[in-house]
Write a protein that binds this ligand. Structure first.
Ligand code: NAD
Length: 340
């Protein structure tokens, strides 16, 4: 069993912990929090040993009825791999801790590529991650872009990509950012950072991206166009999506035309936390122009798509499963992740 520690048990960390605990070849040896909270209490209830960065805060945790197992350093010492899911920009400060302990570590997309020197997406570059000490799972938006661009590139060749990300303003459980009654250019400059981020995984892809933030919490929406090298039909693109283990098709005829309805669908399917680990491509949006340009809309559940990637990244770093398809299938099966 691979012993996994989760440093930062928040939106992403708690989901990765549950996904790891469900795998037959992994176990959670600890998760960490900085302050007492309902999430910390849930970690206790799940049976995940809870470690804290500042041991002087232990009485505050205990006063809230939350058991503390020890310090973050003790947690790191006990693991084989640490998944760092601390807030973006904080994780890089932990690199020295992991290096000193000689542990493998996986960061999330809020950190720059340089934190690990290797950016990961299981469908694109699993084999290149095998045996590495460090990897960074790219952000939710970059994950969604990489999955479809790589699949289409392998089948038809991609000359160039243009993509606009309509981004959620905050996660549903985050009261700090609040509703913003505006469309915020994010950033106002063009291109956005997402194109170069895709190139950390797929360096040969010609891509320009733009992004804006809107007052919603459910999901992001991507408007994508790709110039293809080989002629493709809509049906061939649909077949490609149906064959991909991490891309779902919002089928024609279901009446779904919004992120709200996708989330309701996931909730009705009894997905845990109504999570959508797959990119959700609207079948009705897929079209290929006469001059061979592919267009589509895809919705990305920001809290979930990187979770399954993080589980695969653990296997790749440890090297116990050498084949990407095998790891992806193991991860999906353990989560009872069936096509939407
Ligand atoms: P979050 O704020 O929900 O959770 C972070 C957790 O880290 C908190 O629970 C907090 O207790 C803990 N923490 C804070 N400071 C810490 C410290 N110094 N040491 C240890 N733990 C600390 O953040 P999140 O949304 O889960 O984001 C985590 C990472 O995942 C970031 O890199 C982010 O960019 C990335 N990410 C987030 C999303 C998303 O939509 N939320 C999507 C993809 C990737």
């Amino acid at each position: 069993m691979i012993k996994v520690a989760i440093n930062g048990y928040g939106t992403i960390g708690k989901r990765v912990a549950d996904a790891v605990a469900a795998q037959e070849d992994m176990e959670i040896i600890g998760v960490s929090k900085t302050r007492p909270s309902s999430e910390a209490l849930v970690a206790n209830k799940r049976g995940y040993p809870l470690y804290i960065a500042d041991i002087s805060k232990k009485p505050a945790f205990e006063a809230a009825g939350i058991k503390v197992a020890g310090t973050v350093e003790e947690m790191i010492a006990a693991c084989d791999v640490v998944v760092d899911a601390t807030p973006g920009g904080i994780g890089k400060n932990n690199r020295a801790l992991y290096e000193k302990a000689g542990k493998k570590a996986i960061w999330q997309g809020g950190e720059d590529h340089e934190v690990a020197g290797f950016s990961f997406n299981s469908s694109c570059n699993y084999a290149d991650a095998i045996g590495r000490q460090f990897a960074r799972v790219v952000s939710c938006n970059t994950t969604g872009l990489c999955r479809i661009i790589n699949a289409v590139d392998k089948a038809f060749g991609v000359k160039k990509v243009r993509a606009t990300m309509v981004r959620r303003g905050a996660d549903p459980g985050d009261p700090k950012r609040g509703p913003v009654d505006a469309i915020v250019l994010n950033p106002v400059t063009i291109p956005s950072h997402h194109g170069p981020d895709v190139q950390t995984v797929l360096p040969h892809i010609n891509i320009v991206t733009t992004a804006l933030v809107v007052p919603t919490t459910f999901m992001h929406m991507h408007i994508l166009s790709m110039d293809l090298k080989k002629k493709a039909t809509k049906q061939e693109i649909v077949d490609l999506i149906n064959a991909h283990p991490r891309i779902g098709l919002i089928r024609h005829g279901l009446g779904i035309t919004s992120t709200a309805e996708i989330k309701e669908y996931a909730s009705d399917l009894l997905r845990p936390r109504s999570d959508l680990w797959e990119s959700c491509i609207f079948e009705d949006s897929i079209s290929v122009s006469e001059d061979n340009e592919l267009y589509l809309f895809q919705a990305i559940h920001q809290e979930a798509d990187v979770v399954v990637e993080s589980v695969d990244a653990i296997r790749a770093l440890v090297g116990n499963v050498k084949d990407a398809d095998k790891s992806i299938a193991m991860t999906n099966k353990a989560l009872k992740f069936e096509a939407i």
